[in-house]
Write a new protein. Structure first.
Length: 597
């Protein structure tokens, strides 16, 4: 029922009306001065009107977009357009123009005042509108009504949002009205079967103004398989889903590569976007490897039951980071020994006699221990028995062999990282997330850790073909390493066929090595706030014409935090801006863990 309606003897029509009201508003509703109250909620209506004569240049209607009616609280807006009868509207415009010109003429004769430029513009616009109607151009009556919803406990927040919305619309040249004393017209307008035109001032809109208000036709698009929710498009508010395997649109064809870039200045929201993608992929059952230069994900990973891999020796005396000397054949084992030598020697080439010594040792070991891991202490001991040149290699290995000062890297009994734990059949004892904490990286062990990561990712992805996701936060730190940059190129070329998805978050496109192809192997970039020059450079490298890149670069330079531009490579889709939306419970959870500001 409606509280301010007087009771009367019901008749047949009133009974039908009561049944209709019960269907759309089954519980009591109270009408206040400028709002409606429902049990537990309030609706704050707002009508939008525009000034100026039809056909005037720069009328606010042609500049209004759906995003202008959103103010950070749940909202609905309704647009009604009705085609007007050309003859009747033309006659009314002629009368309006005649009266307007008569007033101007009277003012000129009585006071000697010449019409202002604004008055002349309005007169020309009325003449133009009348002429366009006479030539058959359609015109419309328009009614635009917005409603803000809020729980009663948050009514003050909704009221503040409405005031903000009013000021923003006034700045665009609109006149707003709160439906004071007639707030029930909002219910009659919004409810199914209600009045399309609330009976307030309804402006006349020319064709281009009506078209700009109507929502753009969008193809109904189901979310791609294995997709994650990112947020909403700024232009039309639709939900945006992204799949590393199928992109934004499953019907546009599968992208050729599986690398996704997250770019933007500090504070643009790259880490938050990376993290929300990572957690959704975990919920889908994906195995995750993340490289965390700042250790920001440690608390999050621990709270979920994942594993944290330090950038140094584990504190447990029985555990090391990796057993590097293993392979499925003698050739693979020899390749592993040469790779390890290259890491420990700082990239120096292996001398010929040392190569021959390594070949003989690996071949002899494989004959007696096929398929077994070769320890560094065994390898160093055998090298000491070879020619003098091999003693140098043994000296490099000795500190990392069992009992050495740095045996926690490679030569303790139980490795934290094993290739088998990424096999599809193996079930880890917790959440399948391995977070490499690189915050403890020091200058003296940086090359070793970078080499270790390179070797591990190569073994897991390029050799064993384990499907997983790899996340690189603050990627510019790792891409300083030439070996890691080369690995990123290798992974980018192989990832698609091996079911691997790679996400790289970094500041600028220039962070990528000039000799690297990683930027060209990316299928999608989500770009936060960037300088216009950097934004243009990125888009042109993604195959976008200079004209379009220049047009969007200025918008990218003004993006607020947690707003990104989606830039597919190769022209597979149009560019658009999206607002990243993270569940409030997730944000609260991150803040409790100290993982978010």
């Amino acid at each position: 029922m409606i509280f301010n309606k007087k009771p009367s003897i019901p008749d047949e029509n009133e009974n039908a009306h009561a049944a209709f009201v019960a269907a759309v508003a089954p519980e009591a509703m109270e009408i206040a001065e400028d709002r409606l109250y429902f049990p537990g909620a309030a609706l704050l209506p707002l009508t939008v009107r525009g000034a100026g004569a039809p056909g005037m240049p720069h009328r606010p209607w042609s500049q209004l977009r759906a995003v202008d009616l959103l103010a950070g609280v749940p909202a609905i807006y309704s647009l009604s357009l009705r085609r007007e009868i050309p003859d009747a509207l033309r006659a009314s415009l002629r009368v309006r123009r005649t009266v307007f010109e008569g007033v101007l003429l009277a003012l000129s004769e009585k006071t000697g005042r010449r019409p202002s430029r604004a008055e002349q513009t309005a007169d020309v616009a009325l003449d133009e509108a009348e002429s366009r109607l006479a030539l058959g151009e359609p015109a419309f009556r328009g009614a635009l009504l917005a409603g803000l919803y809020a729980a009663k406990a948050r009514e003050a927040e909704a009221d503040a949002a409405r005031r903000f919305l009013e000021s923003r619309l006034r700045a665009k040249g609109f006149v707003t009205q709160r439906l004071a004393y007639v707030a029930e017209r909002a219910l009659l307008h919004f409810q199914p079967g209600g009045e399309l035109f609330p009976g307030i001032y309804e402006p006349t809109l020319m064709l281009e103004e009506a078209v700009s208000l109507a929502s753009r036709p969008e193809r109904n698009m189901r979310p791609p398989a294995n997709s994650v929710y990112l947020g909403s498009a700024q232009r039309d508010g639709r939900d945006i889903y992204f799949s590393p395997e199928f992109g934004l649109d499953p019907e546009a064809g599968q992208p050729p590569h599986a690398t996704t870039l997250l770019l933007g200045e500090m504070g643009s929201g790259k880490t938050s976007l990376l993290r929300t993608i990572l957690l959704q992929r975990l919920l889908q059952g994906r195995r995750i490897v993340s490289l965390d230069p700042e250790g920001e994900n440690n608390a999050l990973c621990e709270s979920l039951g994942g594993w944290i891999i330090p950038a140094g020796q584990p504190s447990d005396a029985e555990k090391c980071l990796l057993h590097p000397l293993e392979g499925d054949s003698a050739g693979e084992l020899l390749f592993a020994t040469r790779f390890l030598y290259g890491i420990l020697s700082g990239g120096e080439p292996v001398p010929p006699r040392t190569q021959a010594a390594l070949h003989d040792i690996v071949q002899s070991y494989w004959r007696t221990h096929p398929g077994k891991t070769l320890s560094l202490s065994t390898l160093a001991g055998n090298l000491m028995q070879q020619a003098d040149e091999s003693c140098t290699a043994a000296a490099l290995l000795r500190p990392f062999a069992a009992g050495g000062l740095w045996d926690g890297f490679f030569d303790r009994p139980h490795p934290l990282l094993q290739r088998s734990m990424f096999d599809q059949d193996s079930q880890p004892g917790g959440i399948p997330w391995w977070n490499f904490d690189l915050s403890g990286l020091r200058e003296e062990n940086k090359a070793i850790v970078h080499g270790l990561l390179t070797w591990f990712l190569y073994r897991v992805i390029a050799v064993s073909s384990a499907p997983l996701d790899v996340y690189l936060d603050e990627g510019w730190r790792l891409m300083r390493s030439r070996a890691f940059s080369a690995l990123l190129d290798e992974l980018g070329r192989r990832a698609r066929k091996r079911g691997v998805s790679i996400f790289v978050a970094t500041h600028l496109p220039g962070d990528f090595d000039s000799q690297s192809n990683a930027l060209g192997l990316a299928s999608m970039a989500f770009t936060g706030r960037l300088g216009p020059g950097q934004a243009e450079k990125l888009m042109e490298q993604f195959g976008i014409s200079h004209e379009i890149a220049e047009k969007h670069a200025e918008k990218i330079a003004r993006l607020p935090s947690r707003n990104f531009y989606a830039i597919p490579s190769g022209g597979r889709s149009s560019l658009f801006a999206l607002q990243v939306r993270i569940p409030p419970d997730w944000l609260s959870w991150w803040q409790r863990l100290g993982a978010a500001r």
